[in-house]
Write a protein of this length. Structure first.
Length: 305
């Protein structure tokens, strides 16, 4: 698996065969995957890249938190009045030094991803240690998984090489994924045992596209982030300035002068840059950028414990 969302996607298995998100591969305002870029995010939550799969910030605690009781059951995804998605679950134990790197919500799946505090910008979808917690309405196909107990509830564990996934049914189906962190099976079960409801966090998208919230957001800090949505075009919004070379040509987009470079459409709007990529005609990419509704997103959680 090359990203946590992919991990959760696999965890869902045949379920939706995971809308592959591709994580999100959020390559910060880059234009071609074949060109070297500073990928910040993943997202591909397809079902995580699917998806939707996603991450935590400030509520993560240490051993000073007592494990939740069997009645503290799980996570729920509930739209709030502002259109954000309530993330009502939290792990109360994470490996030392892990901070929240990404969040994603899409198609009934929600996830949070933690990475080591010194992880590179592409840690979420670029490989390396990650811990994820997500929820979904449906139970994955657990054929061949080991039966386990999570806070007295029946669950299932799958370990494949350096990745592990735990699934159990509480108010919703909760999924915990671990990649390259110690004994991955043991770590995943410890994180799962610490999950409980009541975090009262909300995923606030940085933009909407055609009325749909951006599915993914992540980065290296509150002022260094990328949000992404995948439609026929991949649209990214970020305060990062893209690298533009002399091959760019002017184009009018959002009533401003933007550029077309290597087939991608790029424009600055206020404090952020908007980029649309994909194997589509330029006029369709321009239309996608014109449909972006910028929002005031909370980015304070990025790379916080």
């Amino acid at each position: 698996m090359n990203d946590t969302e992919q991990l959760i996607k696999d965890a869902l298995g045949k379920l939706a065969e995971r809308t592959p998100h591709p994580g999100p591969t959020l390559n910060a305002l880059r234009r071609k995957h074949k060109r070297q870029r500073n990928n910040i995010f993943l997202i591909a939550t397809a079902g995580v890249a699917a998806v939707a799969v996603l991450v935590f910030g400030g509520l993560v605690a240490s051993d000073r938190y007592a494990p939740p009781t069997g009645g503290d059951a799980a996570a729920a995804l509930v739209p709030d009045a502002s259109g954000g998605i309530a993330l009502e679950y939290a792990p109360h134990w994470l490996p030392d030094g892990f901070v929240e790197g990404a969040r994603s919500v899409s198609r009934g799946l929600a996830a949070r991803v933690w990475v080591p505090s010194n992880a590179p910008v592409d840690a979420v979808d670029g490989g390396g240690p990650t811990v994820s917690v997500g929820s979904t309405p449906d139970y994955p196909d657990t054929t061949g998984w080991q039966e386990v107990s999570v806070r007295g509830l029946k669950g299932h564990l799958r370990v494949e090489g350096q990745t592990a996934t735990v699934a159990w049914k509480a108010q919703d189906v909760v999924l915990v994924g671990v990649r390259e962190v110690g004994d991955v099976g043991e770590t995943a079960l410890r994180v799962a045992d610490s999950v409980r409801a009541g975090a009262k966090l909300v995923y606030e998208p940085a933009f909407r596209l055609n009325g749909q919230s951006a599915a993914q957001m992540g980065g290296t800090g509150p002022a260094d982030w990328v949000a992404r949505a995948d439609t026929p075009a991949r649209v990214q919004v970020s305060p990062r300035t893209p690298r533009l070379d002399d091959s760019r040509t002017p184009v009018t987009v959002r009533g401003k002068q933007g550029f077309v470079e290597n087939g991608d459409v790029v424009v600055r709007d206020g404090d952020v840059w908007i980029t649309a990529t994909g194997d589509l005609p330029v006029d369709e990419l321009v239309a996608a950028v014109n449909q972006v509704e910028l929002l005031e997103a909370d980015t304070s959680w990025i790379r916080k414990r």
